[in-house]
Write a protein that binds this ligand. Structure first.
Ligand SMILES: Cc1cc2nc3c(=O)[nH]c(=O)nc-3n(C[C@H](O)[C@H](O)[C@H](O)COP(=O)(O)OP(=O)(O)OC[C@H]3O[C@@H](n4cnc5c(N)ncnc54)[C@H](O)[C@@H]3O)c2cc1C
Length: 483
């Protein structure tokens, strides 16, 4: 096959992995990134001398990472030094109870028995067994798949798989069948929030997230998760990908792109990694408006240089509020700032002390909140912060007077800095009608020559899914005779 040329729009992990895959096959790749650094959501920031991952902090599902490195003749472990977070995280309930999530089955059974009694504890190994089966079977036949039409679900093995595991049933309802204690129902369903999705709107297939955590574990790469994009970007450059930073693309027309600077570049195909609904509307508009999409929630993030250590926190912690259903309803249906928000807390210095100076902690919080369907105000930031700080004070002795430096990222910032439509941090929603064959395809029908990669297309959001989306984009180009 002769050498082809490709343009990648966006240097998030999806764009970088695609560039790496194509360049490894000997093709010419030029990647345009609007910002001054690669990584997109997977980048870092510093507050004083504290280092933070801006977005992803939980490394799960290692298979797609190993596969990318293997496919380009490298070994993942030669580039990333990872360790298991054990426990995965600590969950704080509003009734004062806590539970540590771990991959250790015996410990989990004992903890559940202490919290909720023997009947619920006996359900745990059954649930993990079932979810493990669904995870291993769904990956090849349901997730790692380019769909051409919704009928594929009926025709292909994907359909059989979906029926066998009840994949398209409702996740919140499914967990009620395993556990009587609402605290356990919460414990094993809040993971859909990683996708910015309410468990009440999530198909059962996303319960595999629970298996990823409890069956395979949460991992941490030395230097933070930002190292992943950095290493993939480095390998891409070594294979010849021309990465151009500060190069925002203004328009895509099939196989050509026009930069905001006015320069025009043409290739054999364009692979767009920028947020799909934004790109469809602003970069590659067509006469026929795209189908309306549904969006994930957003996140309000605070990154702090905190003087002192909080011994009751682990590296990863989850604070659940008093009424999870109300919390979800406010975010996803009423589009209000939650009155008693659940939120995530991290301090990676607990695993890697050099991420903060001695005696300090790199403390960050992520509060799920409505996307910009709710007009964001400064008052919302103060409101959420006050609530989160009060909860941290109560649970672990946090003292706001010890904050020595501080940065916030609001839904408005997510939109402005990364072009995430509606400030929806996790992109398009993963409800049933935007999952698998119903999710926007990685090949534009309206704009021949344009392909998509990343969280907005198949299979979806999250670093491992985005790496699979790069595999699927490569397969699509191959099928179309471009590779
Ligand atoms: C707060 C937060 C927490 C998360 N936590 C986790 C986690 O713990 N684990 C996990 O696996 N995943 C997590 N995720 C999800 C994960 O970060 C994303 O799924 C993934 O990084 C998306 O990668 P991407 O390549 O699809 O898109 P992006 O990272 O958004 O990259 C798209 C790139 O396109 C660029 N771009 C946009 N418009 C243009 C333009 N016009 N011209 C040129 N370039 C453009 C952007 O600047 C950006 O660099 C989290 C996300 C967030 C935001």
């Amino acid at each position: 096959m002769s050498q082809r040329s490709f343009i990648v729009v966006g240097g998030g992990l999806g764009g970088l992995a695609t560039g790496l895959r194509l360049a490894h096959r000997g093709h010419r790749v030029t990647l345009f990134e609007k910002n001054s650094a690669i990584g997109g959501r997977n980048t870092s920031l510093t507050v004083n001398d504290c280092i933070f991952d801006i977005g992803p902090t939980l490394l799960m599902m290692l298979d797609p990472f190993h596969k990318l490195f293997r496919d380009v003749g490298e070994r993942f472990e030669d580039h990333l030094d990872i360790s298991l977070c054990d426990p995965n995280y600590r969950v704080f309930y509003s009734d004062g109870n806590q539970i540590d999530s771990t991959t250790n089955m015996a410990k989990m059974v004992r903890s559940i028995e202490r919290l909720s009694g023997p009947v619920d504890a006996a359900s745990y190994p059954k649930m993990i067994g079932k979810l493990g089966e669904m995870y291993h079977e769904s990956l090849p036949s349901f997730v790692r798949k380019n769909y051409d039409s919704p009928l594929d679900l009926v025709r292909l093995s994907a359909g059989k798989m979906a029926l066998k595991h009840g994949m398209l049933g409702n996740l919140a309802a499914g967990m009620k069948k395993y556990y009587a204690d609402p605290r356990l129902q919460m414990l094993f369903s809040f993971q859909t929030m990683y996708l910015g999705l309410s468990p009440h709107d999530a198909p059962w297939v996303y319960a595999v997230l629970v298996y990823m955590e409890y069956g395979e574990g949460i991992w941490y790469p030395k230097g933070g998760l930002t190292e992943i994009s950095r290493k993939v970007g480095m390998l891409a450059q070594q294979r010849g990908v021309d990465i151009r930073l500060n190069a925002p693309v203004a328009a895509i027309d099939g196989k050509s792109v026009r930069l905001e600077s006015g320069e025009v570049f043409t290739a054999d195909a364009v692979i767009c990694n920028a947020d799909l609904p934004y790109a469809e509307r602003d970069l590659a508009p067509t006469k026929q408006p795209p189908k309306p999409h549904r969006y994930s929630c957003s996140a309000y993030n605070v990154y702090m240089d905190y003087e002192g250590e909080l011994p009751d926190l682990l590296h990863h912690d989850i604070m659940l509020g008093s009424n999870f259903d109300e919390n979800l309803d406010q975010i996803f249906n009423r589009r209000e700032i939650p009155t008693d928000p659940a939120f995530y807390v991290a301090a990676s210095c607990k695993t890697e002390p050099s991420m903060a100076p001695p005696g300090h902690s790199n403390l960050q919080i992520l509060v799920p909140c409505p996307n910009l369907d709710h007009p964001w105000t400064e008052g919302d930031a103060i409101n959420l912060e006050t609530k989160a700080f009060a909860r941290l004070t109560k649970e672990v002795g946090f003292d706001p007077g010890k904050i020595r430096g501080f940065k916030r990222i609001t839904p408005t910032d997510w939109k402005r800095d990364l072009n995430l439509d509606r400030g929806a941090t996790f992109g398009l929603s993963h409800d049933f009608m935007q999952t698998a064959c119903f999710r926007p395809s990685n090949k534009s029908k309206a704009n021949p020559g344009l392909y998509y990669v990343g969280a907005g297309t198949v299979p979806g959001n999250g670093l491992p899914m985005v790496l699979i989306s790069a595999e699927l984009a490569e397969q699509r180009l191959e099928k179309d005779g471009l590779l």
